[in-house]
Ligand binder design. Structure first.
Ligand code: FMN
Length: 217
């Protein structure tokens, strides 16, 4: 009888632990909103206004804006095939987008349209050599997952991860131009230091970073 009670107790404890773990995981994830398809200026106007800016307000970006930026960057625009707003060589979809915010480092999950917390630490200052990176609300970090490119030569891996990042970055530029946001893509990144702080694997390579925010008043 005692043994039976013990087994029931252990089983109940296991259920409680599983529910707690599932809840904790959910709490670490920001569910993004669907993109607002009519919220920015027309494309030709955005092209006219596209530019780099380096003066940012520290004001946080609302969830709807952050959601639009990430969808524009490399979200899924054809759910039946899982293809993205940005093209990628051989549809490798090898570029992951990390977002460094004041409350932590997140990884964009395009399939779930979510931002998953990776590290609950403010890494913004490490994402660039220019001081504005530390105060702007969001720094995107474009990281190539080289494990998805293992059949390619090193030259092709470097070439395609750079070109594929360029398309993503330009999508962000155009969204920002159309939505009144400031942005600049940045190659001036201390990659070894940032990769270490982000806990990247050796087969992950930082390509570029891109700061996004509201204009400084
Ligand atoms: C690959 C690449 C790397 C860049 N790196 C930096 C950078 O580290 N810091 C910066 O302030 N701007 C950087 N820029 C932005 C360029 O300086 C900017 O695009 C250029 O001066 C033209 O200005 P525009 O974007 O307003 O047309 C970079 C741009 C590209 C395409």
């Amino acid at each position: 009888m005692k043994m039976k009670l013990f087994i029931v107790f252990c089983f109940a404890l296991l259920i409680v632990v599983c529910v707690a773990v599932a809840y904790a995981q959910k709490a670490k994830s920001i569910r993004l909103l669907p993109p607002r398809l009519d919220n920015a200026k027309p494309l030709m106007q955005s092209l006219k206004e596209r530019k780099s800016g380096r003066e940012f307000s520290s004001q946080e970006l609302p969830l709807a804006v952050l959601s639009d930026i990430l969808w524009a960057a490399n979200g899924i625009n054809r759910p039946d095939s899982g293809r993205r707003t940005a093209p990628s060589a051989i549809n490798m979809q090898e570029i992951d987008i990390y977002a460094a915010k004041a409350d932590g480092l997140y990884l964009f999950d395009a399939k779930e349209n979510a931002l998953n917390l990776i590290i609950a630490q403010d890494l913004r200052a490490l994402t660039g050599r220019q001081p504005f990176a530390a105060d702007a609300p969001v720094n995107l970090i474009y990281v190539a997952d080289l494990s998805k490119m293992s059949k390619l030569s090193e030259e092709d891996r470097n070439f395609y991860s750079a070109t594929d990042t360029g398309f993503i970055s330009e999508n962000v530029y155009l969204y920002c131009a159309g939505a009144g946001l400031v942005t600049v893509v940045r190659g001036a990144v201390d990659r070894p230091a940032l990769a270490k702080a982000m806990g990247l694997r050796t087969d992950q390579k930082i390509i570029l970073a891109q700061t996004v925010g509201y204009p400084k008043q």
